[in-house]
Design a protein around this ligand. Structure first.
Ligand SMILES: Cc1ncc(COP(=O)(O)O)c(C=O)c1O
Ligand SMILES: [Zn+2]
Length: 408
């Protein structure tokens, strides 16, 4: 019996496995590029896995779309600590009279490259080994590219990254240090995506279909398992800095999957509060427009683009192509999008440094600033458990570290 199959989210067609998915150009016969895996496994086993210790993503091997353990490529990714940050709880109580429990996911402690992109790269590298894929390419503004470059090197797979011209030089250096190729395109993220697509079409190289990539979604949905393992429950509120929104899509998939597979399971989607910096905030702007218009029919397709002026190169998705998926998810969850001031991030990072002794990366600070903004806007309530999904440390953001350190 097959461990899993993929199913088209548009027409429901079954695709046998990732091997078949790669062969058919990562598209369903109906043209849709979004599929979800369904597993024929004993979900009773999850209960056992969601207790005790986990070393990496493959703790959940039975619930990942892989057949052969010998192909697993792991560097200790995922399974990162979720820490209660008392100083944030104190702040919420003292400033707003809200008694909540903020829990921070320490992706900076992820093996591999220290970001929440490592899990997708680990699953990708393992899958490519399983199916003998020799080359892969991607358009990326940063952390995904770095993670894939590291994991694909580990798996002996060649990798090309197409990047916008204003990309952070630390990222380029990291990719090259893993022996992989970074190609800087003359233009923004849109131009990088175009160049990657052209290269993929001309050479037949497999390329990621972006945030809806089932490799990313299936790996990231283990966040649901990690909540159960580390917190014994799901949070009431889920927060992250958003560009494309893979994790929100994955969180929803993981919850629907468990509710469907386990009779007694009634997990509730946490309210998603997603933040963007004011220098690149197309999802927030779209959301504000749709809120003020009362969400008219087809609202999710009527999103706006911006011209970014941000220095945070990994959060520069100016044209939010995933808003038609992520917007409705946020609405379904009862959540919201919030805007934070990029100017405020270095000072906030000093606060985190004083309290915790490390400097998060700028994208992580967009998430933490989002928590403060959510409090200020009355979006967090008494008694709530708030997950702050912090995606990175500052190891590859020397410009930000320098700005933070100069006033410590
Ligand atoms: C640290 C960090 N936070 C947030 C994001 C945004 O994630 P997504 O594109 O899945 O919305 C990224 C993407 O690279 C990231 O690296
Ligand atoms: Zn289809």
């Amino acid at each position: 019996m097959a461990k899993y199959h993929l199913y088209c989210t548009e027409c429901g067609r079954e695709i046998e496995d990732f091997g078949q998915w790669f062969l058919q150009g990562q598209k369903c016969a109906c043209g849709c590029a979004r599929v979800e895996a369904r597993y024929d496994v004993d979900y009773g086993k999850l209960n056992e896995l969601c207790h005790g210790r986990a070393d990496n993503l493959f703790h959940y091997f039975d619930f990942l779309p892989l057949h052969r353990r010998e192909d697993v490529v792991t560097l200790g990714e995922g399974a990162v600590p979720m820490e209660k940050w008392e100083f944030l709880a104190d702040y919420a109580w003292q400033k707003y009279g809200v008694k909540c429990t903020p829990v921070v996911t320490r992706s900076d402690m992820s093996g591999g490259t220290g970001t929440f992109k490592d899990q997708a790269a680990a699953l990708g590298a393992s899958l490519f080994k399983e199916y003998g894929v020799k080359e892969y390419c991607i358009a990326s503004t940063g952390n995904s590219a770095t993670a894939f470059s590291r994991y694909l090197s580990e798996a002996g797979i060649a990798f090309k990254v197409f990047m916008p011209k204003d990309v952070n030089p630390d990222t380029v250096a990291a990719i090259r240090s893993h022996g992989q190729e970074a190609i800087i395109v003359d233009g923004g993220y849109g131009a990088a995506k175009k160049a990657a697509a052209e290269y993929s079409a001309a050479t037949g190289t497999l390329m990621t279909p972006g945030n809806i990539d089932p490799i990313r979604v299936e790996s990231k949905r283990t966040l649901v398992f990690e909540y159960l393992r580390q917190l014994g429950r799901l949070p009431d509120v889920y927060m992250q800095a958003v560009a494309g929104g893979t994790a929100p899509i994955a969180l929803d998939k993981g919850i629907r999957e468990l509710n469907g597979a386990i009779d007694s399971c009634r997990l509730q989607l946490p309210r998603m509060i997603l933040s963007q910096q004011d220098t690149c905030d197309p999802m927030v702007r779209s959301w504000e427009k749709h809120t003020s218009e009362g969400f008219p029919d087809g609202w999710e397709k009527d999103y706006v683009s911006v011209t970014p002026t941000t220095r945070i190169s990994i959060l520069t998705a100016a044209n939010p192509g995933n808003y038609p998926i992520v917007g409705p998810l946020v609405r379904k969850s009862g959540g919201s999008f919030v805007r934070v001031a990029e100017e405020s991030l270095a000072e906030l990072a000093r606060w985190v440094y004083r309290e915790k002794g490390f400097i998060p990366g700028p994208a992580s600070m967009v998430c933490i600033a989002g928590f403060l903004k959510a409090l200020e806007s009355g979006l967090i309530h008494d008694g709530e458990l708030v997950s702050i999904n912090m995606g990175e440390g500052s190891i590859r953001s020397s410009w930000f570290r320098q700005e933070v350190i100069k006033e410590i």
